[in-house]
Design a protein around this ligand. Structure first.
Ligand code: F1P
Length: 379
């Protein structure tokens, strides 16, 4: 039998067993969300950060990696919730085509989102915006102090949501929930705000009934590659899920709009492929037949749905039911958790350590001598 790779290949996390830190951070999400809600309600710093921003748009989010997919998820929700133009770009896009991005988005309010507050591309984007007085800027980070602070008009910090591990898990969902709360406030949607209040307790119950099932799927069977599918805002959670799987387990993972998968990528479906569906209320009826089609091609399927149906049970190797009465927006943070647990399990099965993934660092900080200083318009 092939000798199992030793965990030492991935290095040991400071807290002992490989993946221990990441697992604790994943399981701490309900408590972290409660603290986020408390801070949103009671912390004057949080209120001050938002005071000079209006619910009128257009809004632009600028970020990298998981923070970019988080920004896209928020922007997709706010466009519907606030009925304003709201989008997100990778920081590098603003760097290399600033006038095109500002003109295309009409952005007057820009959120620069960086867990570390150290990512060079985000800092350079903030420098350009400041040098060109291009928009009102809000820096958002989980670091107590960072270079981002001096570059933005307002700062919002969530240190309680930061991770020690490399990959973003609770910081991703806590930031998402904070902006969902802000969106609910801006929209005067008390129903959404109260449904967000219910989430931490329901997620604690959900974790006790589902975390082990998801980890078992990733532990028991080896897969050559992973696909994550979603429509609308769920597409951006699918992108984040694919990034989690790649970061934690050094596996091949791709994300598509669910129905786009038929238009070519479907050719990879086989026994060694695990395809995860993040079903959305709007598209579920049309996404459902694709699950059966891919099962017929031999692929394994994990389906994350709010409510189970006999048909979903029939076509899912693992059907994960959220089971919440809350509106879809407030289910998004919970929808992000299955991929976090799956990535952790696959990483450990491969003898890696998701606390300290291969080739990666917590933030991409580039050597200053290779970085162009921000230029003023026409300079
Ligand atoms: C952005 C980021 C992370 C990624 C990795 C490298 O970091 O791309 O999303 O998981 O940690 O950095 P940040 O700007 O949000 O700190």
């Amino acid at each position: 039998m092939k000798k199992k790779a030793t965990a030492s290949r991935g290095g040991r996390s400071s807290s002992g067993a490989p993946g221990h830190q990441t697992l604790q951070e994943i399981l701490s999400q309900p408590a972290t969300w409660l603290e986020t809600a408390r801070q949103f309600e009671q912390n004057p710093e949080v209120h001050r950060a938002f005071q000079s921003f209006s619910h009128e748009g257009p809004w632009l989010f600028v970020a990298c990696g998981s923070s970019y997919y988080l920004s896209r998820t928020i922007a997709a929700q706010w466009t519907g919730l606030l009925q304003v133009a709201c989008t997100a770009v990778p920081a590098s896009e603003l760097l290399f085509a600033p006038h095109e991005v500002i003109r295309r988005t009409g952005a007057q309010q820009v959120v620069l989102l960086s867990r570390s507050g150290k990512t060079t591309e985000v800092l350079r984007a903030a420098e350009w915006l400041k040098a060109n007085e291009a928009a009102r800027t809000l820096g958002v980070t989980c670091s107590e102090s960072s270079a981002l602070e001096g570059l933005c008009a307002q700062m919002l910090k969530l240190p309680w949501a930061d991770e020690k591990s490399m990959v973003m898990t609770r910081s991703f969902t806590s930031l998402l929930l904070l902006f969902e709360r802000l969106g609910a406030n801006f929209a005067g949607d008390a129903g959404l705000a109260s449904s967000l209040d219910a989430l931490p307790k329901k997620t604690t119950t959900w974790l006790s009934g589902n975390a082990d099932k998801i980890r078992a799927l990733g532990t028991k069977r080896g897969f050559a590659d992973f696909v994550f599918l979603g429509q609308g805002a769920h597409y951006w959670l699918a992108q984040e899920a694919a990034l989690k799987m790649t970061e934690m387990s050094s596996s091949y993972a791709q994300a598509y709009h669910t129905l786009e998968f038929r238009h070519g990528p479907k050719s990879i479906a086989n026994r060694e492929t695990l395809i995860t569906f993040l079903l959305s209320d709007a598209a579920a009826a049309e996404e459902m037949p694709l699950i059966g089609e891919l099962k017929k091609l031999g692929a394994a399927t994990m389906v994350v749905a709010n409510r189970a149906t006999p048909e979903l049970r029939r076509h899912s190797d693992l059907l994960i039911e959220l089971g919440l009465d809350e509106p879809e927006y407030s289910r998004m943070a919970l929808t992000a958790i299955p991929a976090q647990l799956l990535g952790l399990a696959v990483s450990l099965r491969k003898g890696l350590n998701p606390d300290t993934p291969k080739n990666l660092t917590r933030a991409v900080v580039l050597d200053p001598k290779n970085v162009e200083p921000a230029k003023r318009r026409g300079a």
